[in-house]
Design a protein around this ligand. Sequence first.
Ligand SMILES: [Zn+2]
Length: 443
Amino acid sequence: MSDLRDITAPPALEPRYTLLRNAAIYTGDAAHTCHLRGAMLIRNDRVTWCGPEADAASIPGALEACAIDLGGRVVMPGLINTHAHGGMGLHRGCCDDGGLFAWARTIAPHTSALTLEQARQGCELAVREMVRNGITTACDCTRYGAGIFSSVATDMGMRSLSGALANSPSLRPNGRPNWPLALQETLETIGQRRDDGLSRFYLGAHSPYSCTPELIVEVKQAAREHGLPFVIHAAECRDEVDWVQTRYGCSPIEWLHRLGVLDPQTLLAHCVCVDADDIERIAASGAAVSHNPVSNAKLASGIAPVPQMRARGIPVGLGTDSTLSNNALNLFQEMKFAVLLQRAHRLDATILTARDALRMATSEGGHALGWGADIGSLAPGRLADLVVLDLQHPLGWTSERLLSDIVYAAGPQHVHAVMVGGQTIFEGGRFPRLDGSRAPRPF
Ligand SMILES: [Zn+2]
C-alpha cells in the first residue's frame, strides 16, 4: 500500500500502474456515472479503467499497480478554469466597486505598469490558489509575457492554455503596444515548451472595444496560420454593447461575425449581453463561451443567458476571471453561483442543475478549450487529472447526494489532493513538484 505522496515520479518506460481504491468516484462521463465504492486504474498518465472496487482485481495491470487506499474519500475530475488573468494575482481587492469600464480605468495605471517579474509573482500566487482549489487546467490571459503563466503552471504540474491578448494603442492607450510582440512571445514560448505535455497556447485579441477591426482580423489570421485557438472578450457588459453599436452599428457578436473571426477555434469570454440572434450566430459558428458568473455579477455586468446558449449546443465552460474582479479563484463557488444566479433570475428551480454546473466545470470546459478529447472526465483513455475531496455524507453516498454535495456544499477546504496526468501535484497542503517536500502527515 502506498499513498498519493509517492506519485510524483516521471512516467517510466515500462507501464506504471496506479490503483486508487476505496473511493466514491464521480467520473464526469456523459452519463454522470458514479461508483460509490469505486476504484480507478491509471496507466502512466491516463485512466485505463474505472468501476466498482469489487471488479478491480480482474483488470489487467491492477495487481501490479501501486495501490492507494483513499479511505472512502471522493474523487472527481479536475476542475477546468476557462478564463483567468493570473498576472493580476498581486492586485486582489484593489478595486472592488465600479462597472467594467470604470473599473478598467481605475486599475489600468496599476496593471499596465506591471513588470514581468511582478506578473510572474502574480501568476505564482494564482496558480497555487487554483491548484489548491482543485483546478487542474486553466486558460490564462495576459498583456505581456505570453509564456509566464505556462512556465509557472508547468513547474507546479498544472495544465494551461495560455497566451496574450493584443490591444490597439489608439483604443487602449495605457501601457506599451503589445502586438506583434504577443505573437513573437507566443511563438518563442511554443518553441521552448511544446513538449512539456502540460502547455498549450492561443493567440488572442482583448475585445471589440480595445482592438481595431484590423487588429482583430490580423490576430485571428495569425492564429489560423499557426493552428492555434483564438480568445477574445465579447459582449461582457451593456457599455460595451452600446460602444460597439454606436461605432459599428451592430452588436459585438455580430461585429465579430462580420470580421470573420467566429469559428470552432474561437473562445468568447463572457457573452453576458447577447440576444437570440447573437446566440444563433455563436451556435452556427461553432465557437465556445467562457461563463464567469461571479465576476459578471461583481462588476454589475449582468447575467449571461447560459441555459439558452447551452440549449443551442454552444459549449459553455466556467471561469473565475481575475482576482481583481472576483476575487477568488474558486470553481466550486462558480458552480454553485452559476446555478443560483439563473434560478433567482428566471424564477425557475430547474433552469440549471448541479449536473449542468459540474458539466460546465469539467468536460464542457475542456471542450470549450479545444482539449475535450483528453481532459474533463475520468472515462478510460482520458488523462488522469483529478481531485480527491475529504467529503462524507451522514446518510452515506448515493449518486444524487454525491453530485449535490460537490456543487452545493464542497469548497477548497475539502480538497485533499490533486493529480494531473497521474502525478500528485498537491496533497495535504503541499506542492510536491515545487519544494520536493513530503506531506506532513500520513494519508
Ligand atoms: Zn478577462
